[in-house]
Design a protein around this ligand. Structure first.
Ligand SMILES: Cc1cc2nc3c(=O)[nH]c(=O)nc-3n(C[C@H](O)[C@H](O)[C@H](O)COP(=O)(O)OP(=O)(O)OC[C@H]3O[C@@H](n4cnc5c(N)ncnc54)[C@H](O)[C@@H]3O)c2cc1C
Ligand code: SF4
Length: 533
């Protein structure tokens, strides 16, 4: 801690809440500008050996501290979307599928970005984000990727298939070598073994998670990362900010107040929106924009699956996502895989249902069960499904948004949690993407099994998404958005937001590279620390 920060009773110059893509960029760039930084993260710190072997080890896979689960995968059910997001030191990078790609140029031309050419504005930040995250073309495709390429080629007659850049170290498989990325300043790394476990935590150390790049370098510059510490509220104080925290799990959950001159909120869409809403409700941030929680987007996403009758190592071999294909002008599809034995999330699937109201969807599931009862019951058997399943991730850049708000919850004994509602006149987020369903059915035919959709979709007609965006929209005035175009919270000098909540549109592709580039843009506008204040 600097003498200056300590002298004023502060813990740091900057507090950063959350250590995902936004928070890690903030930590490193602020430290490089000479600031003392403390990062508060609600999840645990992980080493490669700590991750579960399959996601059936729920206590080490899921993040649900009230139920004794302290893993990396959060699952938040909302009325209008089932949201999957990451938790831990490194945020979503611990659980993500490594894909680092940029959206199509037309995405940046949408009016929600505000004035200026954002593709140009972010160009060098994308370049730097790619370098820092070690993005390289995936050297090998999975078996289901080949099938997807064939199917879409058959449907469109053109080859729309692209190998993706991924943030993985592809040195000699399983062999450790000295830092290959940062001229010896980074950690030693081990080559990818193509085990397919990327989304339950890489057991090898081949994934370029944030604790191996941005956060690693930040900690070498003196940044303190404080895990298992949940931020509860933020309030202004004379010449700075106070963040109230508590231990994020356990029977005794000691509280503490952290003080700093400035705060960057990077708790991911759900974490950031909830923290700011809670602070406003507590009377601490009453001047926040009325648009807080508005314009939350699901990346117009739908998650489907197809399975084979028999397990085979070739279905699960490879990194979690290797490539993608445009099934039509606006629909991007990717094949996703878990390692064999990681069946847990497949419990959240049901036979693909027809579009329609609750009755139509229920009849459709029932019909599928009655037509082929033994086959479907066998498929529903929880054990061994990942070893014969290919998951299809469909994304669109089409418009559509919902609003997040705090709701009182009796089971939280007077507390609140996030709920969703649709703004007036707004259609629900896309759950039903016809071309993705057609592909799922064809894939199931080729694999010899069934086509599946998400349980949330079958029951509520709402999508599942791993790419929630928005909630703290960038805008020129507080009437229109929460932050300005440099991430500064309107009307609250010294308070910033840098994470997926500032992304203003559905990107139609995996968003982490864009979140990193936007965070680089925001942090580039923070001045160097003055020599003395
Ligand atoms: C299974 C899965 C696979 C994915 N695969 C890809 C992919 O291949 N490519 C891609 O681009 N994207 C992928 N994503 C999405 C990606 O992980 C997110 O878009 C990204 O992590 C969001 O970055 P962020 O900085 O907004 O927040 P996050 O990375 O979510 O980080 C937020 C952090 O803040 C912490 N936090 C929240 N609230 C608090 C609080 N109150 N106090 C303290 N800490 C708090 C959280 O624990 C978390 O660690 C995937 C997501 C999932 C779930
Ligand atoms: S395939 Fe296995 S070794 Fe390679 S990055 Fe994913 S989890 Fe790590």
């Amino acid at each position: 801690m600097s003498v200056e920060a300590e002298g004023r009773g502060r813990d740091a110059d900057f507090l950063v809440v959350g250590s995902g893509f936004g928070g890690s960029v903030a930590a490193l760039r602020l430290a490089q500008k000479g600031y003392d930084v403390v990062v508060l993260e609600q999840g645990r710190r992980w080493r490669a050996d700590d991750f579960p072997r399959t996601n059936m080890e729920l206590r080490r896979y899921l993040w649900a501290p009230r139920l004794g689960c302290r893993g990396i995968q959060s699952v938040t059910p909302l009325r209008h979307a089932l949201v999957l997001h990451g938790t831990g030191v490194g945020g979503g990078s611990l659980v993500y599928a490594n894909v680092l790609i940029q959206p199509d140029a037309q995405v940046f031309r949408r009016p929600e970005w505000g004035a200026g050419d954002w593709e140009e504005r972010l160009r060098h930040h994308y370049r730097e984000a790619r370098r820092m995250l070690g993005a390289v073309p995936c050297p090998a495709l999975g078996r289901t990727d080949e099938l997807l390429r064939d199917i879409v080629h058959g449907m469109r007659g053109t080859d729309e298939h692209r190998v993706h850049d991924v943030g993985v170290f592809f040195g000699a498989a399983g062999v450790e070598r000295a830092d290959p990325y940062f001229g010896g300043e980074g950690p030693a790394r081990t080559g990818c073994t193509r085990c397919g476990a990327c989304m339950i935590g890489c057991p090898v150390g081949a994934k370029n998670t944030l604790d191996r790049n941005y956060l690693w370098l930040a900690e070498r510059l003196g940044v303190r990362v404080v895990p298992e510490t949940e931020a509860l509220t933020i309030r202004p104080e004379a010449d700075g900010w106070a963040v109230e925290t508590r231990r994020s799990w356990g029977l005794r959950r000691p509280r503490r107040t952290w003080r700093a001159r400035r705060v960057v909120v990077s708790a991911g869409v759900l974490g950031t929106v909830e923290l700011l809403l809670r602070s406003r409700r507590a009377g601490a941030l009453t001047g926040l924009s009325p648009r807080l929680g508005d314009f939350v987007r699901t990346n117009s996403e739908s998650i489907l699956a197809a399975d084979a009758t028999e397990a085979d190592p070739s279905w699960t071999e490879g990194v979690a996502i290797t490539s993608g294909v445009h099934a039509d002008e606006r629909t991007h599809l990717e094949m996703v895989r878990f390692n064999a034995g990681s069946d847990a999330l497949l419990w959240l699937t049901l036979p693909l249902v027809e579009e329609g109201g609750t009755l139509a969807r229920a009849t459709s599931v029932l019909g599928a069960l009655l037509r082929r009862p033994m086959r479907l019951l066998r498929s529903l058997w929880p054990s061994g499904r990942a070893a014969r399943t290919g998951i299809i991730l469909a994304m669109q850049s089409t418009d559509g948004h919902l609003t997040l708000e705090l709701r009182p919850r009796w089971w939280r004994l007077g507390g609140t949690s996030l709920g969703s509602r649709l703004p007036e006149g707004q259609a629900p987020p896309v759950a039903h993407i016809p071309v993705a369903r057609a592909v799922a059915r064809r894939l199931a035919e080729r694999m010899g099994g069934e086509a599946w959709g998400s349980l949330h979709e079958a029951v509520l007609g709402a999508p599942a998404t791993a790419h929630i965006l928005g909630g703290c929209r960038m805008a020129a005035t507080p009437d229109a958005g929460v932050v300005d175009f440099e991430g500064r919270v309107h009307g609250h000098p010294g308070l910033y937001v840098a994470d997926g909540s500032v992304v203003p549109v559905n990107l139609g592709v995996n968003p982490s590279l864009t979140i990193t580039a936007l965070a680089e843009h925001i942090l580039a506008h923070v001045p160097e620390r003055p020599a003395s204040r």
